[in-house]
Design a protein around this ligand. Structure first.
Ligand SMILES: Cc1ncc(COP(=O)(O)O)c(C=O)c1O
Length: 408
């Protein structure tokens, strides 16, 4: 890729930020205030009510905009709030969206359980094949929304190729860049119109907040997003914004180390006799490695794999880790192990999951910043414990996890 991670090391610390003019505080304070004193009717300093805007949120928006290379981003309470606001800003009843078939389960649920009910439809297609995107467009299609790498199989979509399709059709292209962040992948420079992030993940990076952001050059869309946000009441909070700003400052360093660690773990997994298949864009065996090398600065910290022995064996491994945490989330300093079929993608119908490669035994690993030797030692002991459990004929535990699925 034609940029390196260090390109952003200075700007993530300084861009869009300045010492507090009132006190000189180097870091933007947490402006924990609902409302703002107005000097006279209609005369104020730009802030009126914290559902509409807040100075700490605005600082995060300037910083993220600077990183994306756009005007200030629009920040939301969660990544799903950002994605929901995006679709509600662009689509009305009768409109249609084209979306990657492999995509975060919440995006599927948004259409299948909410937007379909108000007459907004979507086709989920294999966006790694731009011709399928083109074929899915209808007269009512207003947006193509892709996730690359996709959660959880890491399937890649060629952003520039899909951007050519959407430009020809005169519609917008949005990219959920949560897995890589603008430090490792630059959707807007590859021709996309909108960059979407769950800041919950790598941007904040410490398992401490939930949040989302949308960046675009399109000022009319920014204004619309702000209107939708104010109306739905889904702005990011000042405290979460402040924590996210702090996380952002170390993003390039973390992304580099996440990628290095993930490559070490992926290579180890690939040669392990208990492992059937590993999905990681940094491996020579990854079918889209060439696209990853072209589109991404580094392969990132996410991988998934299947162990031999199917679902029971996979679940047994997830139940046996000690250092890795069995939890829903990704992109944080702690290594998290996740069972997509019962957690993040539980609301995707089982037959759809099977068709797009999310097997019931698939394990997703968000490789953290621990010493990779310790992670490997943990996985090794989990493989051994799982093997001896299966010899002892113990229950897989999958029924218990299915019972938890509704919580996500
Ligand atoms: C790729 C991707 N996009 C969006 C989201 C939603 O973000 P949030 O959990 O902050 O609402 C997630 C959550 O896991 C995700 O993985």
């Amino acid at each position: 890729m034609s940029f390196d991670v260090d390109l952003f090391s200075t700007s993530v610390i300084h861009a869009g930020l300045s010492a507090d003019p009132a006190t000189g505080a180097l870091l933007t304070p947490i402006y924990q205030s609902t409302t703002y004193l107005q000097e006279a009717v209609g005369v104020h300093k730009g802030f009126t009510y914290s559902r509409a805007d807040n100075p700490t949120v605005a600082a995060l928006e300037r910083a993220l905009g600077a990183l994306e290379g756009t005007p200030p981003a629009v920040c939301f309470a969660t990544g799903m709030a950002a994605i929901s606001a995006l679709f509600l800003s662009i689509l009305k009843s009768g409109d249609h969206a084209v979306i990657s078939d492999v995509v975060y389960g919440g995006t599927v649920r948004l259409f299948q359980q909410i937007l379909n009910g108000v007459g907004i439809s979507a086709s989920f297609v294999d966006t790694s094949r731009p011709e399928e995107v083109e074929r899915a467009l209808t007269a009512n299609t207003k947006i193509v929304f892709i996730e690359t790498p996709a959660n959880p199989t890491l399937k890649l979509t060629d952003i520039a190729a899909v951007a050519r399709v959407t430009k020809r059709a005169g519609i917008r292209l949005a990219v959920d860049n949560t897995f890589l962040t603008p430090v490792l992948q630059r959707p807007l420079e590859l021709g996309a119109d909108i960059s979407v992030l769950s800041t919950t993940k790598y941007i904040e990076g410490h398992n401490a907040t939930v949040g989302g952001s949308i960046a675009t050059e399109d000022q009319a869309l920014i204004d619309r997003l702000r209107l939708v946000r104010k109306t739905l009441g889904c702005i990011q909070s000042p405290l979460e914004s402040w924590i996210t700003l702090r996380g952002l400052k170390t993003l390039p360093v973390r992304m580099q180390r996440h990628s290095e660690n993930a490559l070490v773990v992926a290579r180890w997994l690939e040669q392990h006799p208990a492992v059937e298949r590993v999905y990681y864009p940094g491996l020579e065996s990854f079918p889209q490695k060439e696209l990853g090398d072209r589109q991404q600065a580094l392969p990132g910290g996410m991988l998934s794999f299947e162990v031999r022995g199917g679902t029971g064996a996979g679940v047994a491994v997830m139940n046996s880790v000690k250092l890795c945490s069995l939890a829903e989330n990704l992109g944080a300093v702690e290594t998290l192990i996740t069972h997509p079929a019962s957690m993040t993608h539980a609301d995707v119908p089982p037959e759809t999951r099977a068709a797009i490669g999310i097997s019931d035994g698939l394990i997703r690993l968000s490789v953290g910043l621990e010493n990779p030797r310790d992670l490997i030692a943990d996985l090794e002991q989990a493989f051994r414990a799982a093997a001896s459990r299966s010899k002892a004929g113990s229950q897989s535990g999958i029924e218990r996890r299915d019972a938890c699925a509704a919580a996500d």
